[in-house]
Ligand binder design. Structure first.
Ligand code: FE2
Ligand code: FE2
Length: 273
Protein backbone atom coordinates (compact mmCIF):
# COMPACT_ATOMS: atom_id res chain seq x y z
CA UNK A 1 0.00 0.00 0.00
CA UNK A 2 1.15 3.53 -0.80
CA UNK A 3 0.13 6.44 1.42
CA UNK A 4 0.06 9.80 -0.30
CA UNK A 5 -0.74 13.34 0.82
CA UNK A 6 -1.30 16.05 -1.78
CA UNK A 7 -1.39 19.62 -0.43
CA UNK A 8 -3.07 22.39 -2.41
CA UNK A 9 -1.82 25.79 -3.50
CA UNK A 10 0.43 27.14 -0.74
CA UNK A 11 -0.13 30.90 -0.56
CA UNK A 12 2.58 33.16 0.84
CA UNK A 13 4.24 33.10 4.23
CA UNK A 14 1.17 31.93 6.12
CA UNK A 15 0.73 28.92 3.81
CA UNK A 16 4.42 28.09 3.95
CA UNK A 17 4.39 28.18 7.76
CA UNK A 18 1.58 25.59 7.79
CA UNK A 19 3.54 23.30 5.44
CA UNK A 20 6.79 23.67 7.41
CA UNK A 21 5.01 22.95 10.68
CA UNK A 22 2.63 20.18 9.59
CA UNK A 23 4.45 18.10 6.97
CA UNK A 24 7.03 16.58 9.37
CA UNK A 25 4.25 15.82 11.88
CA UNK A 26 1.87 14.28 9.31
CA UNK A 27 4.64 12.28 7.59
CA UNK A 28 5.37 10.54 10.87
CA UNK A 29 1.78 10.29 12.19
CA UNK A 30 0.34 8.76 9.01
CA UNK A 31 3.56 7.02 7.86
CA UNK A 32 3.32 8.76 4.50
CA UNK A 33 5.22 7.45 1.47
CA UNK A 34 4.75 10.62 -0.58
CA UNK A 35 3.97 14.26 0.12
CA UNK A 36 3.34 16.55 -2.86
CA UNK A 37 2.70 20.27 -2.66
CA UNK A 38 1.35 22.69 -5.24
CA UNK A 39 3.72 25.64 -4.85
CA UNK A 40 2.62 28.08 -7.57
CA UNK A 41 1.69 30.79 -5.03
CA UNK A 42 4.31 30.10 -2.38
CA UNK A 43 6.50 33.20 -2.97
CA UNK A 44 4.40 36.20 -1.94
CA UNK A 45 1.39 34.67 -3.73
CA UNK A 46 3.13 34.65 -7.10
CA UNK A 47 5.38 31.78 -8.17
CA UNK A 48 8.16 29.98 -6.36
CA UNK A 49 11.77 30.82 -5.46
CA UNK A 50 14.50 28.22 -5.25
CA UNK A 51 15.06 28.94 -1.54
CA UNK A 52 11.41 28.17 -0.76
CA UNK A 53 11.43 25.10 -3.01
CA UNK A 54 14.47 23.72 -1.17
CA UNK A 55 12.89 24.44 2.19
CA UNK A 56 9.86 22.36 1.12
CA UNK A 57 12.21 19.44 0.36
CA UNK A 58 13.97 19.88 3.70
CA UNK A 59 10.75 19.45 5.72
CA UNK A 60 9.78 16.26 3.87
CA UNK A 61 8.02 17.26 0.66
CA UNK A 62 8.88 14.84 -2.17
CA UNK A 63 7.87 16.99 -5.14
CA UNK A 64 6.32 20.37 -5.96
CA UNK A 65 3.84 21.05 -8.77
CA UNK A 66 3.02 24.43 -10.29
CA UNK A 67 0.32 26.06 -12.44
CA UNK A 68 -0.45 29.28 -14.29
CA UNK A 69 1.83 31.16 -11.85
CA UNK A 70 4.78 28.78 -12.50
CA UNK A 71 7.19 31.43 -13.75
CA UNK A 72 5.97 34.57 -11.93
CA UNK A 73 9.37 34.49 -10.19
CA UNK A 74 11.68 34.71 -13.17
CA UNK A 75 14.42 32.73 -11.41
CA UNK A 76 12.21 29.64 -11.75
CA UNK A 77 12.95 29.62 -15.50
CA UNK A 78 16.56 28.85 -14.57
CA UNK A 79 16.49 26.78 -11.39
CA UNK A 80 13.72 24.45 -12.62
CA UNK A 81 16.32 22.95 -14.96
CA UNK A 82 18.42 21.71 -12.03
CA UNK A 83 15.51 20.59 -9.81
CA UNK A 84 14.08 17.25 -11.00
CA UNK A 85 11.40 17.30 -8.27
CA UNK A 86 9.87 20.55 -9.51
CA UNK A 87 7.12 19.97 -12.07
CA UNK A 88 5.49 22.67 -14.23
CA UNK A 89 2.44 22.27 -16.48
CA UNK A 90 3.10 19.66 -19.16
CA UNK A 91 1.11 21.51 -21.82
CA UNK A 92 3.20 24.70 -21.86
CA UNK A 93 4.67 25.39 -25.33
CA UNK A 94 7.52 23.19 -26.58
CA UNK A 95 10.86 24.59 -25.40
CA UNK A 96 9.56 25.80 -22.01
CA UNK A 97 12.24 25.11 -19.35
CA UNK A 98 11.75 22.23 -16.93
CA UNK A 99 9.52 19.18 -17.10
CA UNK A 100 5.80 18.51 -16.95
CA UNK A 101 6.09 15.03 -15.48
CA UNK A 102 8.51 13.20 -13.20
CA UNK A 103 8.87 9.89 -11.38
CA UNK A 104 9.93 10.06 -7.75
CA UNK A 105 10.83 7.09 -5.56
CA UNK A 106 9.79 6.59 -1.94
CA UNK A 107 12.07 5.38 0.86
CA UNK A 108 10.53 1.91 0.38
CA UNK A 109 11.23 1.98 -3.36
CA UNK A 110 7.72 2.73 -4.68
CA UNK A 111 7.76 4.76 -7.91
CA UNK A 112 5.24 7.59 -8.28
CA UNK A 113 4.58 9.37 -11.57
CA UNK A 114 3.52 13.01 -11.08
CA UNK A 115 1.99 15.03 -13.93
CA UNK A 116 0.98 18.72 -13.76
CA UNK A 117 -1.41 19.94 -16.44
CA UNK A 118 -3.30 23.18 -17.07
CA UNK A 119 -6.93 23.40 -18.11
CA UNK A 120 -7.99 25.68 -20.96
CA UNK A 121 -11.48 26.83 -19.96
CA UNK A 122 -11.35 30.47 -18.70
CA UNK A 123 -7.55 30.21 -18.84
CA UNK A 124 -4.77 30.81 -21.36
CA UNK A 125 -5.07 28.82 -24.60
CA UNK A 126 -2.43 26.12 -24.25
CA UNK A 127 -1.91 22.71 -25.81
CA UNK A 128 -4.63 20.08 -25.32
CA UNK A 129 -4.45 18.81 -21.70
CA UNK A 130 -6.13 15.53 -22.63
CA UNK A 131 -3.59 14.67 -25.33
CA UNK A 132 -0.77 15.65 -22.98
CA UNK A 133 -2.06 13.44 -20.16
CA UNK A 134 -2.61 10.53 -22.55
CA UNK A 135 0.97 10.86 -23.76
CA UNK A 136 2.45 10.98 -20.23
CA UNK A 137 0.38 8.07 -18.88
CA UNK A 138 1.17 6.04 -21.99
CA UNK A 139 4.90 6.67 -21.53
CA UNK A 140 4.80 5.44 -17.92
CA UNK A 141 2.11 2.76 -17.49
CA UNK A 142 0.84 1.83 -14.02
CA UNK A 143 2.32 -1.47 -12.86
CA UNK A 144 5.15 -1.29 -15.39
CA UNK A 145 7.38 1.77 -15.05
CA UNK A 146 5.54 3.22 -12.04
CA UNK A 147 3.59 1.83 -9.08
CA UNK A 148 1.24 4.81 -8.70
CA UNK A 149 0.50 8.05 -10.49
CA UNK A 150 -1.06 11.39 -9.65
CA UNK A 151 -2.25 14.08 -12.04
CA UNK A 152 -2.55 17.66 -10.76
CA UNK A 153 -5.18 19.24 -13.05
CA UNK A 154 -4.74 22.96 -12.48
CA UNK A 155 -7.93 24.42 -13.88
CA UNK A 156 -10.77 26.87 -13.36
CA UNK A 157 -13.69 24.87 -14.74
CA UNK A 158 -15.19 22.01 -12.73
CA UNK A 159 -16.43 20.37 -15.93
CA UNK A 160 -12.96 20.19 -17.43
CA UNK A 161 -11.58 18.64 -14.24
CA UNK A 162 -14.31 15.99 -14.11
CA UNK A 163 -13.82 15.20 -17.80
CA UNK A 164 -10.08 14.80 -17.37
CA UNK A 165 -10.59 12.55 -14.33
CA UNK A 166 -12.92 10.25 -16.30
CA UNK A 167 -10.46 10.33 -19.19
CA UNK A 168 -7.71 9.08 -16.84
CA UNK A 169 -9.93 6.70 -14.85
CA UNK A 170 -8.25 3.30 -14.54
CA UNK A 171 -4.97 4.63 -15.95
CA UNK A 172 -3.94 7.00 -13.13
CA UNK A 173 -4.13 6.37 -9.38
CA UNK A 174 -5.29 9.84 -8.49
CA UNK A 175 -6.51 13.00 -10.21
CA UNK A 176 -6.47 16.09 -7.99
CA UNK A 177 -7.76 19.51 -8.96
CA UNK A 178 -5.95 22.69 -7.93
CA UNK A 179 -6.13 26.44 -8.77
CA UNK A 180 -9.55 27.58 -7.46
CA UNK A 181 -8.22 27.82 -3.86
CA UNK A 182 -11.49 26.46 -2.42
CA UNK A 183 -11.73 22.81 -1.30
CA UNK A 184 -14.59 20.88 -2.87
CA UNK A 185 -16.47 18.20 -0.91
CA UNK A 186 -16.69 15.69 -3.81
CA UNK A 187 -13.66 13.46 -3.16
CA UNK A 188 -14.49 9.97 -4.43
CA UNK A 189 -13.17 6.90 -6.23
CA UNK A 190 -14.27 6.62 -9.87
CA UNK A 191 -15.52 3.39 -11.47
CA UNK A 192 -12.08 2.40 -12.74
CA UNK A 193 -10.37 2.94 -9.38
CA UNK A 194 -9.00 6.46 -9.83
CA UNK A 195 -9.33 8.73 -6.80
CA UNK A 196 -10.57 12.21 -7.61
CA UNK A 197 -11.42 15.57 -6.08
CA UNK A 198 -12.40 18.69 -8.06
CA UNK A 199 -10.20 20.93 -5.92
CA UNK A 200 -8.05 20.22 -2.88
CA UNK A 201 -8.25 23.87 -1.77
CA UNK A 202 -5.47 26.29 -0.90
CA UNK A 203 -3.09 26.23 2.04
CA UNK A 204 -3.37 29.80 3.20
CA UNK A 205 -5.41 32.28 5.22
CA UNK A 206 -9.11 31.90 4.36
CA UNK A 207 -9.91 35.36 5.82
CA UNK A 208 -9.00 36.72 2.39
CA UNK A 209 -9.96 36.70 -1.27
CA UNK A 210 -8.43 33.38 -2.42
CA UNK A 211 -5.42 33.95 -0.18
CA UNK A 212 -4.90 37.68 -0.79
CA UNK A 213 -5.61 40.58 1.59
CA UNK A 214 -9.23 41.58 0.90
CA UNK A 215 -8.89 45.33 0.35
CA UNK A 216 -7.30 45.45 -3.10
CA UNK A 217 -9.41 42.68 -4.70
CA UNK A 218 -12.54 44.41 -3.34
CA UNK A 219 -11.44 47.78 -4.72
CA UNK A 220 -10.82 46.24 -8.14
CA UNK A 221 -14.19 44.49 -8.20
CA UNK A 222 -16.07 47.59 -7.11
CA UNK A 223 -14.16 50.39 -8.91
CA UNK A 224 -12.36 48.43 -11.63
CA UNK A 225 -9.27 50.58 -10.99
CA UNK A 226 -6.12 48.89 -9.62
CA UNK A 227 -4.81 50.98 -6.71
CA UNK A 228 -2.27 48.71 -5.07
CA UNK A 229 -0.59 45.35 -5.18
CA UNK A 230 -2.10 42.02 -4.24
CA UNK A 231 -0.53 40.96 -0.94
CA UNK A 232 -0.96 37.53 0.66
CA UNK A 233 -3.14 37.52 3.79
CA UNK A 234 -1.03 36.80 6.87
CA UNK A 235 -3.53 35.21 9.29
CA UNK A 236 -3.23 31.56 10.32
CA UNK A 237 -3.46 29.20 7.36
CA UNK A 238 -5.66 26.17 6.86
CA UNK A 239 -3.56 23.37 5.39
CA UNK A 240 -5.79 21.81 2.72
CA UNK A 241 -5.14 18.60 0.85
CA UNK A 242 -6.25 15.08 0.09
CA UNK A 243 -4.96 11.87 1.60
CA UNK A 244 -5.10 8.69 -0.46
CA UNK A 245 -4.23 5.07 0.06
CA UNK A 246 -3.20 3.38 -3.17
CA UNK A 247 -3.17 -0.40 -3.53
CA UNK A 248 -0.61 -2.72 -5.13
CA UNK A 249 -2.64 -2.53 -8.38
CA UNK A 250 -2.14 1.25 -8.52
CA UNK A 251 -5.83 1.93 -7.81
CA UNK A 252 -7.02 4.19 -4.99
CA UNK A 253 -8.58 2.25 -2.10
CA UNK A 254 -9.45 5.18 0.18
CA UNK A 255 -9.50 8.96 -0.16
CA UNK A 256 -10.13 11.70 2.38
CA UNK A 257 -9.94 15.47 2.57
CA UNK A 258 -7.37 16.98 4.92
CA UNK A 259 -7.96 20.36 6.59
CA UNK A 260 -5.81 21.48 9.52
CA UNK A 261 -5.78 24.82 11.35
CA UNK A 262 -7.10 28.22 10.43
CA UNK A 263 -10.74 29.04 9.73
CA UNK A 264 -12.03 25.87 8.04
CA UNK A 265 -13.52 22.91 9.87
CA UNK A 266 -10.91 20.18 10.44
CA UNK A 267 -10.78 16.98 8.39
CA UNK A 268 -8.44 13.98 8.45
CA UNK A 269 -8.44 10.45 7.06
CA UNK A 270 -10.12 7.90 9.37
CA UNK A 271 -8.42 4.99 7.59
CA UNK A 272 -4.94 5.64 9.04
CA UNK A 273 -5.79 5.93 12.74
FE1 FE2 B 1 -3.07 28.86 -7.03
FE1 FE2 C 1 -3.44 28.82 -10.43
Amino acid sequence: MIRLLFIGDVVGRSGRAAVFEQVPVLRARWRLDFVIVNGENAAGGFGLSEAIFEEFLTVGVDAVTLGNHAFDQREALVFIERQPRLIRPVNFPPGTPGRGAAVVESAKGARLLIVNVLGRIFMDALDDPFAAVKRELGACPLGETCDASVIDIHAEATSEKWALAHFADGKASLVVGTHTHAPSADHRILAGGTGFVTDVGMTGDYDSVIGMEKEEPLRRFIRHIPSGRFEPALGPATLCGVAAEIGPDGRTKAISPVRIGGLLSPAAPDFWT
